[in-house]
Design a protein around this ligand. Structure first.
Ligand code: FAD
Length: 415
């Protein structure tokens, strides 16, 4: 199996520090911000120009133990939960939406093993995810099904020896071209209990990355195709029971995908806000900074209000998730509001910067291109609204935050 290059010394020192009980969220935010400014920002221009997948930075981020932020310490992770995960993603996305997206995609890939894996699978995989040796993904979406998960066409046929043979194409898979272990959901039978999840190592025969796509933004991040052509996986790679694939897909999307994309949108929103404020101070018209013009001040006030609301909803939802409080609706609403308000602020920023906003040096056009990617992932805004309507009408059947144990409660099994 392909491994990330050896960062063992760096990794052990950083993980020891990350696990320190004295490290609080403020320290974590400072550490991630420092890293993002010093190590990520210098690569942003290059990522935009080359539009190639940025493997080196992904390795550095993984080496810091941040992919394992929700993995319990008993399995080598940071054991810090969803609030800390949001801090990490937000701070990376503030500097590079692509690296925020990269981190969230593999943190999302952790969920299926953490919540549905056997004790043996947890012991085998989680320490390696936490150490940054291997990047996991989750591959559910297909060209023909999209948000209609049950419409998927990929199959996993059980063979006489108990192994499964996978065939089909997944698309829009976060970290598709750099991930090492793919969490693939495929059809093993008819109906809603006919989906099953598997771990497929990237170098397994019959598993190949396909097109990397022609994305508008998040350059440096891959979310392309994975093609399975007679790919045989042993039964020991099955995650959860046969027929539990829909639970794996929905719970990962609700409890990890939504807050993760919320955090990416929040980080980009923060960057839009900071850059716009700076511009309105720097740009002078009529002998004064344009911040003094009433139309500009109004837009800044609205932007500030949107950002504050978006931030409150983002952190309230994950605080509830960490606290074991039922919060599916809060997670949906946080995703909806963060995506929509970041898009609105990007447009407002473009109006404020006017011609300058169209220039690459100012980054606003990058933020706009990047933030549109948070819109479809983990459910479009309309899908969030539809689910929220189901909650309002008492018809929502998910309640994943009640049904899936908190990540720290997974600890008991590690002993
Ligand atoms: C940056 C990024 C990262 C991603 N990462 C992953 C990943 O790691 N793994 C993975 O498996 N997938 C991933 N995806 C895919 C993502 O989950 C899908 O884009 C999403 O599920 C929507 O599918 P779709 O884009 O095919 O749109 P469709 O599902 O085809 O939607 C088309 C339209 O139909 C509407 N619609 C859909 N369902 C309903 C409904 N029930 N009622 C009314 N209207 C509806 C939608 O709102 C939309 O307007 C990622 C996508 C992006 C952009």
């Amino acid at each position: 199996m392909t491994r990330l290059p050896d960062h063992r010394h760096l990794r052990s020192a950083l993980r020891a520090r990350a696990r320190s009980p004295t490290m609080d969220r403020m320290e974590l935010r400072e550490e991630v911000r420092r890293f993002a400014e010093q190590r990520v920002r210098p690569h942003v221009k290059c990522m935009e120009q080359r539009r190639t997948v940025e493997v080196g930075l992904a390795e550095e981020i993984a080496a810091r133990g941040w992919i394992g932020v929700t993995i319990p310490r008993a399995y080598g992770g940071m054991g810090l939960g969803h609030v800390a995960k949001t801090v990490i993603i937000e701070e990376l996305a503030r500097v590079s939406g692509a690296m925020g997206a990269m981190a969230q995609a593999s943190q999302l890939g952790v969920a299926k093993v953490l919540h549905f894996g056997t004790s043996e699978q947890k012991r085998r995989w989680l320490p390696r995810f936490a150490a940054g040796e291997l990047l996991p993904t989750i591959a559910v979406t297909e060209p023909g099904s999209g948000g209609h998960v049950l419409g998927m066409a990929s199959t996993a046929a059980r063979d006489a020896d108990g192994s499964y043979v996978l065939n089909g194409t997944k698309c829009f898979v976060g970290n598709s071209h750099i991930g090492h272990v793919h969490g693939v959901v495929a059809r093993t039978g008819p109906g809603s209990r006919g989906l099953t999840a598997f771990l497929v190592e990237q170098d397994r025969a019959g598993c190949e990355p396909g097109s990397a796509g022609t994305q508008a933004g998040l350059h440096g991040f891959s979310y392309g195709e994975l093609i399975f052509d007679g790919c045989r996986v042993p039964a020991s790679n099955r995650i959860g029971d046969e027929g539990q694939g829909l639970d794996v897909a929905y719970s990962s999307s609700t409890l990890y995908g939504r807050p993760n994309l919320t955090a990416v949108a929040l980080g980009i929103h923060q960057a839009i806000y900071e850059d716009t404020i700076a511009f309105t101070r720097e740009r002078h018209l009529y002998g004064q900074p344009i911040a003094k013009l009433p139309t500009i001040a109004l837009k800044l006030g609205e932007m500030h209000s949107r950002l504050m609301t978006a931030r409150l909803l983002a952190y309230d939802a994950v605080q509830k998730l960490d606290g074991g409080v039922s919060c599916d609706a809060e997670l949906m609403n946080a995703k909806l509001v963060n995506t929509e308000s970041a898009l609105t602020s990007a447009r407002a920023a473009l109006e404020i910067l006017a011609g300058h906003g169209t220039q690459q040096e100012r980054s606003i056009e990058r933020y706009l291109r990047d933030v549109i990617h948070t819109f479809p992932a983990a459910g479009t805004s309309d899908v969030q609204r539809l689910r929220l309507a189901q909650v309002a009408l008492g018809e929502y059947a998910g309640a994943w935050s009640e049904r899936v144990p908190r990540s720290d409660l997974v600890l008991a099994e590690a002993a």
